[in-house]
Design a protein around this ligand. Sequence first.
Ligand code: FES
Length: 180
Amino acid sequence: MGPQFSVHTREILEAARNEYPEPRSLLILALKLAEEEFGHLSNEVLSHVASELEIPESVVAGVATFYHNLHTQPRGKHVISVCRTLSCDLAGGREVSERFIELLGIDFGETTQDGLITLQSAECLACCGTAPAVQVDFDYFESFRPQQCEEVVEALRQGRRPPGGSGVPGGWPDGQEGAE
Ligand code: FES
């Protein structure tokens, strides 16, 4: 038997059905829930979503492959996203990218062999004024320098949260809230 939604996920979908009776309106939610539950959106998972919502698999696959925030390939435990939009690229994002690629031995869109880190390029992370920007899981790093790449990778390899990030673009680095 292929992947099947858990009872909990089905309950969330059922509750949403009451508010969004048109099945296609539920598609993004169903795909996000599926990704949470199964790790990534494999072909089998996409088939399951299509059958649950009773919409064509081609529609489900089209949406799953269109949105940057939906993932059809397995991802690492941690995700490093380097902004490659113009402001960041001109401010040093290219050098940051090259350093991460060198340190990790993988290219954008790839995951380290141990499954720990996925490296990806990102569109504008909303920190253009403090470019270049990098996101590590849910933390944002602004005015990021290539010299910081090693510290980030080391922290992740040691199971630590990399220092210096903040939970929102433009936020204070952790531990510095309210600092002068
Ligand atoms: S261009 Fe990189 S954060 Fe906007």
